[in-house]
Design a protein around this ligand. Structure first.
Ligand code: NDP
Ligand code: X2W
Length: 301
C-alpha cells in the first residue's frame, strides 16, 4: 500500500521540489489541499490526519503550528524548517553523520532536516572533531556563498528583479539561524564567526572552513573525512580542484567535500559543495522519507 505524504507548504520553493521528486512514485500517495485553503488550519489539520508522514516546508512559526495542529494524531514529521533542529524529541536528519543515524531516522516520529549551510559545515567539521583531529574550540570562521533560492520566494523575487546585486554578504551581526545547529551537531564548544553570502545564481552553494594546520597534514584531514564517508551514497570526498563551483551539483542530492591547502604553508580550507535545494533541503527530505518508510535510500533521487 502507498504511503500517504502531505507536503505542508507544497507551493513554496522547497515544497515544489519535493513534490516533483515524489509525484512520479508508485509507493507514495500525495495528500494535497485545495490551493485556496493551503493556509487554513482546519484543512491542514485534516491533511495531517490523513497522512502517514507530513513534510513541513514552511516558515518556522507555521512549522511549529503544524506540529500543534497534529497533537494526538499518529502522523510522523519531517521538518525542513529551522524550528526543531536543536529541539528535544526531534532526531537530526543527517543520515551520514554517525553510524547509528540511519536507524535512528528510520524509527523516528519527528525528524528535522539540517539547514543548507549547516549540511556543508557539519559534514566537514563533525567527523574531524569526533576523530580528535580538530579541537571543539578551533573553528574560528565559516564562510559561504549560496544561490538565491536559499532565501525562498521572497529572495527569488528580489534577485530576479531589475537592479538586483550580483552578490551580497549578510547576517554579519552573527545571529544566523543555522549557528545553534552547527555548534550542536558538529560538536563545537565555541561559536564560529559565520559569514554567508548570496550570488546572482539560483541554486547551489559552497561552504568553507579555513584552518591553520598546526602540524597536521592536509592528507590527515582528507583521509579522516574519506574514512568517515566511505560507502555513503550521497557524500563523496573529492580531490581539491583549482576552482570550486557552487553550482556543480545542482539538481542532485550529492554533497562533495574537499581539503585544500598546503602543508608547507601550514594553512587549509575545508570545502563543501551542494545544491541548497538538493542535499540542502528537498533532496535531504526525500532521503529521510525513504529511510522512514523503508524504501531504497536513493529512491526518487
Ligand atoms: N530554500 C532553501 O534552499 C531552503 C529552505 N529551507 C527551509 O524550508 C522552509 C521553506 O522554505 P522555502 O521553501 O525556501 O520558502 P518559500 O517562501 O519559498 O515557501 C514557503 C511556503 O510556505 C507557505 N506558507 C507560509 N505560511 C504558511 C502557513 N501558515 N500555512 C501553510 N503554508 C504557509 C508559503 O505560502 P505563500 O506561497 O503564500 O508564500 C510558501 O508557499 C523554510 O523554513 C526554510 O528555512 C531549508 C533548507 C534550504
Ligand atoms: C540564501 C538564504 O537566505 N539562505 C537562508 C538559509 C536557507 C534557509 O532558509 O533554509 P534553512 O535555514 O532551513 O536551511 C538564510 O540564510 O537564512
Amino acid at each position: 500500500m502507498a504511503h500517504k505524504v502531505f507536503i505542508d507548504g507544497e507551493a513554496g520553493t522547497t515544497g515544489l521540489q519535493i513534490r516533483d521528486r515524489l509525484a512520479p512514485r508508485a509507493d507514495i500517495e500525495l495528500v494535497q489541499l485545495d490551493p485556496a485553503r493551503r493556509k487554513d488550519p482546519l484543512a491542514r489539520h485534516d491533511a495531517l490526519a490523513e497522512a502517514d508522514i507530513a513534510i513541513l516546508c514552511l516558515p518556522d512559526a507555521a512549522a511549529r503550528e503544524a506540529v500543534e495542529l497534529a497533537e494526538g494524531l499518529p502522523v510522523r514529521f519531517i521538518d525542513a524548517s529551522t524550528a526543531h533542529r536543536v529541539a528535544p524529541g526531534w532526531v537530526f536528519g543527517f543520515p551520514e553523520l554517525t553510524a547509528e543515524a540511519r536507524d535512528t531516522i528510520a524509527n523516528a516520529a519527528r525528524v528535522s532536516n539540517p539547514g543548507c549551510y549547516s549540511t556543508g559545515a557539519i559534514a566537514l567539521a563533525a567527523p574531524l572533531v569526533a576523530a580528535g583531529l580538530v579541537a571543539p574550540d578551533e573553528i574560528a570562521s565559516i564562510n559561504a556563498v549560496s544561490g538565491y533560492t536559499g532565501g525562498g520566494k521572497e529572495l527569488i523575487a528580489e534577485m530576479e528583479s531589475p537592479g538586483a546585486p550580483a552578490h551580497f554578504t549578510y547576517a554579519l551581526a552573527q545571529g544566523h539561524k543555522h549557528l545553534p545547529e552547527i555548534i550542536r551537531h558538529a560538536g563545537l564548544s565555541r561559536r564560529p564567526v559565520f559569514a554567508p553570502s548570496v550570488g546572482q545564481f539560483a541554486q547551489g552553494m559552497t561552504v568553507q572552513i579555513p584552518l591553520h594546520l598546526n602540524g597536521r597534514r592536509i592528507a590527515d584531514l582528507h583521509d579522516a573525512l574519506a574514512a568517515h564517508y566511505a560507502g555513503a551514497r550521497f557524500v563523496r570526498v573529492v580531490e581539491p580542484a583549482a576552482r570550486v563551483v557552487p553550482t556543480a551539483l545542482n539538481d542532485t542530492n550529492e554533497l562533495h567535500l574537499s581539503v585544500h591547502g598546503s602543508d608547507e604553508n601550514g594553512c587549509a580550507v575545508l570545502v563543501a559543495v551542494l545544491d541548497n535545494l538538493g542535499k540542502g533541503a528537498s533532496g535531504a527530505a526525500v532521503q529521510n522519507l525513504n529511510l522512514m518508510i523503508g524504501a531504497a535510500e536513493d529512491a526518487g533521487l
